[in-house]
Design a protein around this ligand. Structure first.
Ligand SMILES: Nc1ncnc2c1ncn2[C@@H]1O[C@H](COP(=O)(O)OP(=O)(O)OP(=O)(O)O)[C@@H](O)[C@H]1O
Length: 304
């Protein structure tokens, strides 16, 4: 019999998953899975729970929560030689990764996708000792992701970032960096850099429009030194994906990137503080097998 481990964050979103858990378990049982659950208790717990699930030989691990929970579960399984297939039930406040995979927020529909049994090996990123699913980056403005409270994000979406961004504008300063990306080197003053695995970032769906989840490449966006007026202009262009041709924006694809800075610069990993730079970023091509709906497969084929 196939065995599934469901790792869920009971505090995620509006605690909706707990109520539906019996119905979810029943559906897995009917589909022929022997199922067990783990409710996460604190930060980092989903990493340990996922590691244990791999050691116990589960065929399938399901992560139910927001991006934070999915990030932790992937950090738990990514190091292992045998990696179980991963199902995602997006019940968090931010579900950028699930959105990029076209996994619906409705719990029952997300379960349908897992039980439909269509999975694809997808890329994940590694920076220093951490794995990431959506994006890593540096520069003062990337701190927005943890400065904006989740409640505000839920209510206002993109607007919440703008409001907080305006507040932070006076403190935006360029940093001198050395960025090696594949065979190129950039030594310059920059405002921020983003290394993206998916194209769905904090509600900015067109930030990295050509990001593809199984090509082994990151989309790299570097914003060179700008004045405040230019900065606001580029942020406005980014709303409709028109920022990429701007003279101060470098947009490229790379598999392997090294970033060194002369001053202190924070590293942001999937919207959380990830220590200080330097950082070495590697794209782990098709490293985790994830259940996806037809819509994702179709859109991904079109993007070839
Ligand atoms: N029982 C718990 N109590 C408090 N925090 C927890 C618990 N379980 C997990 N966490 C932490 O909560 C973080 C956020 O969880 P998750 O992404 O699932 O939900 P979310 O609702 O999208 O949260 P947010 O958008 O506020 O980050 C996780 O990265 C994890 O570290």
């Amino acid at each position: 019999m196939k065995r599934a481990r469901i790792i869920y964050n009971p505090t995620s979103g509006r605690e909706a998953f707990k109520k539906e858990l019996p119905a979810v378990l029943e559906r897995f049982e009917i589909a022929g899975y022997e199922t067990s659950t783990h409710a996460t208790t604190c930060e980092g717990d989903a990493i340990e729970a996922a590691k244990t699930a791999v050691e116990r030989g589960y065929d399938l691990v399901v992560a139910a929560g927001g991006d934070g929970t999915i990030n932790e579960v992937i950090n738990g399984i990514a190091e292992k030689d045998f990696r179980p297939r991963l199902g995602i039930i997006p019940v968090g406040t931010t579900n950028d990764f699930a959105r990029a995979l076209f996994i619906p927020r409705n719990i029952s529909n997300a379960v349908d996708i897992i039980l439909n049994d269509q999975s694809m090996p997808l890329d994940i990123g590694k920076v220093n000792d951490h794995y990431f699913i959506n994006i890593a980056g540096g520069g003062k403005l990337t701190e927005l992701t943890y400065e904006v409270p989740s409640k505000l994000k839920t209510m206002l979406g993109q607007l919440a970032y703008y409001m907080k961004g305006i507040e932070m504008l006076p403190s935006l300063k360029p940093t001198s960096v050395r960025i090696e990306y594949d065979d190129e080197v950039l030594e310059d003053d920059i405002m921020l850099f983003l290394i993206s695995n998916t194209n769905s970032i904090g509600g900015f769906e067109k930030l990295a429009p050509t990001a593809k989840l199984d090509d082994g490449y990151f989309d790299v966006i570097i914003l060179k030194k700008t004045n405040l007026a230019e900065f606001i202009r580029i942020a406005t262009l980014a709303l409709r994906g028109a920022h990429l041709d701007h003279k101060n924006v470098i947009y490229t694809k790379a598999k392997h990137i090294k970033v060194e800075t002369s001053e202190k610069m924070q590293l942001n990993i999937d919207g959380e503080f990830g220590g200080l730079l330097p950082g070495e970023f590697k794209n782990l091509k098709q490293h985790v097998e994830i259940f996806v709906p037809d819509e994702f497969v179709e859109k991904n084929d079109e993007a070839e």
